[in-house]
Structures are given as structure tokens and as C-alpha cells.
Design a protein around this ligand. Structure first.
Ligand code: HEM
Ligand SMILES: [Cu+2]
Length: 547
């Protein structure tokens, strides 16, 4: 009997050592998997798919904007293109990209757990996301929506001609996916940390995902409710937003931004977490002021709920309300600033390695700073009255969301790719694409600050010929950026078959994810690790390497 048991255990451990990629080859083993790592890959493929659809709409708009007459698209067509672009990019790329791909893959590995707290909920959340996403694409192909991604009333509730109710339904659905993921992350961090993995030893990536999850859980229901109200208003005219029936169209803006300002931090906090990991690994030093960086994520998550009125300075809200929102918006910049200062201090006197992840991190920091500082300019009540609804705003949020979040997404992809696939990619090509993305990005979006300052309104495709030069520059930049985004596909795919095996810790980084094989075994850890050292203990590591 004893022999029987030990035989079984041996077989089980052998099974457990098989990498998660090889554990099962059938479609079933992928589409019904509860392994957080496989679900992360399902998300990686899906967010990439949506990124291309959103990108195609952007390319169409930039082509249309080459001429002041906007010859390529009809007025209606242009409205539909930017709505498609915004809806897909915000809800189906920016919000889910880093948390659902890298958060999913790394959270359990980083805290020493075998999976998320609710593996099946994790899978369901991917299905819900896909249903919402494919439904959205379907709606936008069969007619489209012309309201912009914000669905402002009374346009959306009374006048828009398009599939507003269906689009609202699709986003309503994807909201549940966000909530499930947020809950799953929160419970995982609370309950599944390995022995010794105290709160003070959590990687900053985990802290930022914890903060993001708080926003996901608290803010998303508000969006869900707003969408239900829009649909109810449009279908039954019940008078929530229609002044003729005693409603208030501005109420919608309050509801929408009460979700959507925190939502911009859903998009950027995970990117900040990625950057902390990349900077520490590149400098081979502990992150300067660990507790400040960790707490600043929580502070951003909480203060972010108090600033929504800065989107409504020109809506006719009271001057006193505007003044308070203006002040609070400046306050929210403090924790963001803390992160940038602390990364800089971390890099100071570090032994920096110029690998692609570091180049992407540098690109991220530069663009995030420009985006953040122009956010401060917009938060100044009096200045915003001048540039509100101009290209200045467009440039501001693209610096943060594309320059920031998308750069960090690529940084994460290049940093953890060897862990996820077990293969190295070409360092030369990786560095080149980081540089081209940075240059293409700036050429695309910097001219838009000037356009906005000069008075080019957003959401227009017929414009004063005086603006043409800057628009052509922006479109040229977008072409470079588009090509630069495609490059990684080539060498990353190539690396899957031809890359050198990476080994468990190719960057010589600290963190539990680098202690397991690359790609990790199906159940992550054979025995749950016991954590005895602080995070980012690079100095200690180097000493023991030397000795
Ligand atoms: C330093 C912190 C920030 C401040 C003070 C700030 C301030 C502002 C202000 C005042 C506006 C409204 C401008 C207008 O409509 O006239 C705005 C718009 C916007 N910001 Fe920021 N921002 C900050 C960071 C961010 C971050 C981190 C993101 C995204 C990850 C972001 C994304 C956006 C978006 C999407 C819009 C425009 C939404 C729209 O009208 O479609 N901002 N920001
Ligand atoms: Cu905001």
C-alpha cells in the first residue's frame, strides 16, 4: 500500500513539472482551462486582436485628416470611426490589457500561489469579455454608433442614429468581466500570499494591481448603471436625462465621469506597476522609497474618485464646484509625481542595462511625464476653458494612454516574454522597436498640442486649411508608429521557434516569478515558497553571487 502511494506521488510531481504550455494540447485544454497562465494567453491574443481593430479605425481617421476637406469619409462615417476607435481602445484594450494579461499571469507567481483565488471565475471573465467584445465589433460593422465613446446625453438618448442601445449593452456586459477580475485579484492578494510574503514584501506590480482592483470593483457598477439608464431613456423616454420631462442631461456627465476618471487610472496604474519592476531590474537596485511608491498607488485610487468635475468645467456647474475640482485634480498629481521621482532616484547610480524592457520603461516615463504635466495644465480651471474640447485634450490623454499604457504594455511583453514562452527574442530588434515607437509616438501626438492650442476642435474632420501642416505631420508620425507596433510581432513570433532557451532568470531579477522554470510548470511551485527577504534585494543577491 505504501509503495502504491509513493508511486502516485512521483507520477504527480512529474506531471506538475510539465510546463503549462505543454500540459495538454487540445483546444479543450485551452478553452476550458482554469490555469491563470493559459487564461492570460487567451487574453493576450484577444486584446491584440482588438488593438488591431481599434488601430485600423485610427489609421482611417488619420488618413481622412490629411486634407482639410476630409474627403475620405463622410461626416457620419468619421463620427462612427472615432466612436469605434474610442470604444474598442478604452474597454477592450486599455482597461483589460495589462491586468488581464500580465496581472493574470504574474500575480499568483509573484505572491507564491498556485493560481488565483477563483480560477473558474477567471475563465468566465474571459468569456464575458469576449462576448462583449465580439458583440461590439458586430454592432460597429452593422451600422455603428456616432456618439463618441462617452455616450453623452442628450445626443445618445434622443438624437443619435445608430446602435446606441446595443453598444451600451456590450459595454454593460464587459463591465462584469472587469468586476470579476477585480474581485478575484483582491481576494487573491488577501488570501493566497505565501508564508512570509507580508504586505511590505509585495512586489510593487502587485500593489498597483491591488489598487486597480479597488477601482474596478467600486467604479464599474456606476458605469453599468449609467448605461442601463441610457438604454431605458432611449427605449422608453422615461425622462431621466430629458429636460422636457423633468430630467437633466448633465446628470449623465456626472455619472459617466464618476466612473471614467477613476477608469483612466485603471488604465495607467498597472502600467506604473510594470515600470517599477522594469526600473528596479534595469538598475539592479531596490526601488527607492518602496512604501511611498506602494502607498501612492492606493492614494491615486482613492483621490481619483474626487476629481471627475474637471471634465465639466465648461458644463455650467457652479464656479465653486469647479474651483474645488480644479484643486483636487492638482492634488492627484502628487502621488503620480512621487512615482516618477522615486524611479529616478532608483536609477541614480544604478548599474543600468540597456535592454529593450528598460528602453520601453524610459519611453514610458518620458511620455507619462508629458501627459501628466499637460494634465496639470488642463486642471487649471481658467486654462481649460481655452483648450477644452480641442486637440490639446486629445494630445494629453494620448500621451498618457498610448505613450504611457501602451508603452508599458510593450515593456511588460519584452520583460516577461522569456518567462511566458521560455525563449529569448532579438535584443537588437527589440531595442529598435522601442526607439521607433517613441519617435513615431511623439511625431504623431506632439503636433496635436500645437493644434489644440491654436484652436483646432476635437471630433471635427473638416478644418481650416491653416491646420493642415500639423495634421499631415501627425499622420506621418502615425504611419511610423503603426509600423513600429507591427515590428514586435515579427521577432516575437520568430523567437517562439528559433529563440534561445531563456532559463529561469534571464535578467538576473529578483521576485518569485524568476525562481520557477521558464515557461513555468503547470502548478507554478512544487512546494509553496517561504519568503524571508524584502522585495528587490538586489544588493544582497549580488553579494551572494560574488561569494
Ligand atoms: C496628473 C494627473 C492628471 C490630471 C490633473 C488630468 C487632468 C485632465 C483634465 C482637466 C481633463 C479634461 C480636459 C477637458 O476636457 O477640457 C483631462 C482629460 C482626459 N484625461 Fe487627464 N489628467 C491626468 C491624468 C490622466 C491619466 C493618468 C489619464 C489616463 C490614463 C488621463 C486621461 C484623460 C482622458 C481620457 C481625458 C479626456 C476624456 C475625454 O474627454 O474624452 N488623464 N485630464
Ligand atoms: Cu479626469
Amino acid at each position: 500500500m505504501g509503495a502504491g502511494i509513493s508511486e502516485k506521488t512521483v507520477a504527480e510531481t512529474a506531471e506538475e513539472r510539465i510546463s503549462y504550455l505543454r500540459a495538454g494540447h487540445t483546444l479543450r485544454s485551452w478553452f476550458f482551462t482554469t490555469d491563470h497562465k493559459r487564461i492570460a494567453l487567451l487574453y493576450l491574443v484577444s486584446v491584440t486582436f482588438f488593438f488591431f481593430i481599434g488601430g485600423a479605425a485610427a489609421a482611417l481617421m488619420r488618413a481622412d485628416l490629411l486634407t482639410p476637406e476630409g474627403d475620405l469619409l463622410s461626416n457620419e462615417g468619421y463620427n462612427r470611426a472615432f466612436t469605434l476607435h474610442g470604444v474598442i481602445m478604452v474597454w477592450f484594450f486599455l482597461i483589460p490589457s495589462i491586468p488581464n494579461v500580465f496581472g493574470n499571469f504574474l500575480l499568483p507567481l509573484m505572491i507564491g500561489a498556485r493560481d488565483l483565488a477563483f480560477p473558474r471565475l477567471n475563465l468566465i471573465s474571459w468569456y464575458v469579455y469576449m462576448v462583449g467584445g465580439l458583440f461590439t465589433v458586430f454592432i460597429l460593422i452593422t451600422g455603428g454608433v456616432d456618439t463618441g465613446w462617452t455616450f453623452y446625453t442628450p445626443l445618445s438618448s434622443m438624437f443619435a442614429n445608430g446602435n446606441v442601445v446595443l453598444a451600451a449593452t456590450a459595454i454593460f456586459v464587459v463591465g462584469f468581466s472587469s468586476i470579476m477580475t477585480g474581485l478575484n485579484f483582491i481576494v487573491t492578494v488577501h488570501t493566497l500570499r505565501a508564508p512570509g510574503m507580508t504586505w511590505g514584501r509585495l512586489p510593487l506590480f502587485v500593489w498597483s494591481h491591488y489598487a486597480t482592483s479597488i477601482i474596478l470593483v467600486l467604479a464599474t457598477p456606476v458605469l453599468t448603471i449609467s448605461l442601463v439608464l441610457i438604454a431605458a431613456e432611449r427605449l422608453f423616454g422615461i425622462g431621466i436625462f430629458d429636460p422636457a420631462l423633468g430630467g437633466d442631461p448633465l446628470l449623465y456627465q456626472h455619472l459617466f465621469w464618476f466612473y471614467s476618471h477613476p477608469a483612466v487610472y485603471i488604465m495607467v496604474l498597472p502600467a506604473l506597476g510594470v515600470t517599477s519592476e522594469l526600473v528596479a531590474a534595469a538598475a539592479r537596485k531596490p526601488v527607492f522609497g518602496y512604501w511611498f511608491v506602494a502607498a501612492s498607488s492606493i492614494a491615486i485610487a482613492l483621490v481619483g474618485f474626487l476629481v471627475w468635475g474637471h471634465h465639466m468645467f465648461v458644463s455650467g456647474q457652479s464656479m465653486y464646484a469647479s474651483a474645488v475640482f480644479s484643486f483636487l485634480s492638482l492634488v492627484v498629481a502628487v502621488p503620480s509625481g512621487i512615482k516618477v521621482y522615486n524611479w529616478t532616484a532608483t536609477l541614480y547610480k544604478g548599474h543600468i542595462s540597456l535592454d529593450p524592457p528598460f528602453l520601453f520603461a524610459m519611453g514610458f516615463i518620458g511620455l507619462f511625464v508629458v501627459g501628466g504635466l499637460t494634465g496639470l495644465i488642463l486642471a487649471m480651471l481658467a486654462v481649460d476653458v481655452h483648450v477644452h474640447d480641442t486637440y490639446f485634450v486629445v494630445a494629453h490623454f494620448h500621451y498618457i494612454m498610448v505613450g504611457g499604457t501602451v508603452s508599458a504594455f510593450f515593456g511588460a511583453l519584452h520583460y516577461w516574454w522569456p518567462k511566458i514562452t521560455g525563449r529569448h527574442y532579438s535584443i537588437v530588434w527589440g531595442s529598435l522597436s522601442a526607439v521607433f515607437i517613441f519617435l513615431g509616438f511623439n511625431l504623431t501626438f506632439f503636433p496635436q498640442f500645437l493644434l489644440g492650442y491654436l484652436g483646432m476642435p476635437r471630433r471635427y474632420h473638416v478644418y481650416d486649411p491653416g491646420f493642415q501642416v500639423l495634421h499631415v505631420l501627425s499622420s506621418a508620425g502615425a504611419t511610423i508608429l503603426g509600423v513600429a507596433y507591427l515590428l514586435p510581432f515579427a521577432y516575437l513570433f520568430y523567437s517562439l521557434r528559433n529563440g534561445e532557451p531563456a532559463g529561469p532568470n534571464p535578467w538576473g531579477a529578483t521576485g518569485l516569478e524568476w525562481t520557477v522554470a521558464s515557461p513555468p510548470p503547470k502548478h507554478n511551485f512544487e512546494t509553496i515558497p517561504v519568503v524571508t527577504r524584502p522585495p528587490y534585494d538586489y544588493e544582497i543577491e549580488q553579494e551572494s553571487d560574488a561569494g
